[in-house]
Design a protein around this ligand. Structure first.
Ligand SMILES: [Zn+2]
Length: 342
């Protein structure tokens, strides 16, 4: 399932790249598939044996797609470093995070696709392009007036807002089925949304996980521990942040967790995998929670706009989330001190 989602998102990203680099809508309108296939055929016929990526590079001359992003993504037109497509895909999908983790990773890898996509697109551009695409679609069907209708614009606007929330505001959150969670035991308690707080934790054990396989295995182990040893209904946290670039769904947005004793009904518990007493998670992992998860919660109506962020130790007698991580979150926009009791 992960592979399918990644493939779908790469396709979507590449489609948007094509949208964004085409500076005029008229370019899109004339970019008919038959013409495209004809151009590919012509290039292949005049250069027998050319690798697919080399064909794409060659086509760029005709299309005048030569801005910085395209050069970065597809390489120089005259480059002698001709890679086969499988090699390009492996670099994109199978990049192994080294000891330095996400912060030292190249920008164009699969786990950073949401960040890259966010830089490429915005709501007004998307609205314009969807309307232009509908215009082309209806003209091909001979229905030239439909695109003028206000109701269609309103519908597209709502769809774009939902898309922006899901794919731009929100980070990638690996759902329970993907990390193979056990079912909840008993009857979960629905939260009364929006909530007013987010509580930051670290898991203390084990070491940070740098691959989906490691992080998913740890999620399963943690759920077993919470259910079988602690006797809880489910994994305690609302969300868990790995060092692999992903967030993992625990109890999620709708259900009350078991993470911050006495406060579980009023806030989400978010834990970073690892011990952050002396070191910090990667900056990109921190940003997933500080920026993306928070923004996703607010725009989705799960968190109030002026929500407060606390470290676990402010509310319960514990060292969690570790000295280093606690010092870090004290500088975050939504962090609040709790007035000391007299
Ligand atoms: Zn904690």
């Amino acid at each position: 399932m992960v592979g399918m989602e990644l493939t779908a998102e790469l396709f979507l990203t590449l489609s948007m790249v094509c949208f964004c680099v085409g500076s005029k809508v008229s370019v899109l309108s004339s970019w008919h598939m038959d013409l495209f296939i004809g151009a590919v055929q012509q290039t292949e016929d005049s250069n027998p044996g050319l690798e697919p990526l080399a064909v794409v590079r060659s086509l760029r001359r005709t299309a005048s797609y030569e801005d910085f992003f395209v050069r970065h993504f597809l390489g120089e037109i005259n480059s002698t470093d001709e890679e086969v497509l499988s090699s390009v895909l492996k670099k994109y999908y199978h990049h192994h995070l080294e000891e330095l983790g996400l912060d030292a990773a190249p920008r164009l890898i699969s786990v950073l696709r949401r960040e890259n996509f966010r830089e490429l697109v915005n709501a007004s551009l998307l609205q314009t392009q969807v309307m232009a695409s509908l215009d082309v679609y209806w003209r091909l069907r001979g229905e030239t007036e439909v695109v003028q209708e206000v109701a269609v614009e309103k519908m597209v606007h709502e769809g774009v807002q939902e898309f922006i929330h899901r794919y731009i505001d929100c980070p990638v959150i690996i759902p329970r089925c993907q990390w193979r969670a056990r079912p909840y035991r008993g009857t979960p308690t629905r939260l009364a949304l929006p909530l007013s707080s987010m509580f930051i934790h670290h898991t203390h054990h084990p070491k940070p996980c740098h691959t989906f396989q490691q992080c998913a295995a740890y999620m399963r182990a943690m759920q077993s521990f919470h259910q079988d040893v602690r006797g809880w209904d489910d994994i305690g946290y609302s969300f868990v942040a790995g060092s692999d670039g992903y967030l993992y769904e625990g109890r999620g947005w709708q259900w009350r967790g078991a993470h911050t004793r006495g406060h579980n009904s009023r806030g989400y518990g978010v834990a970073f995998v690892g011990n952050y007493t002396a070191t910090l998670p990667a900056q990109r992992s921190l940003e997933q929670v500080r920026g993306r998860l928070a923004s996703c919660g607010v725009s989705g109506g799960r968190l109030v706009g002026n929500f407060t962020m606390y470290g676990h130790r402010q509310l319960v007698d514990t060292t969690c989330p570790g000295d280093a991580l606690y010092a870090e979150i004290k500088g975050w926009q939504h962090f609040r001190e709790i007035p000391s009791k007299q």
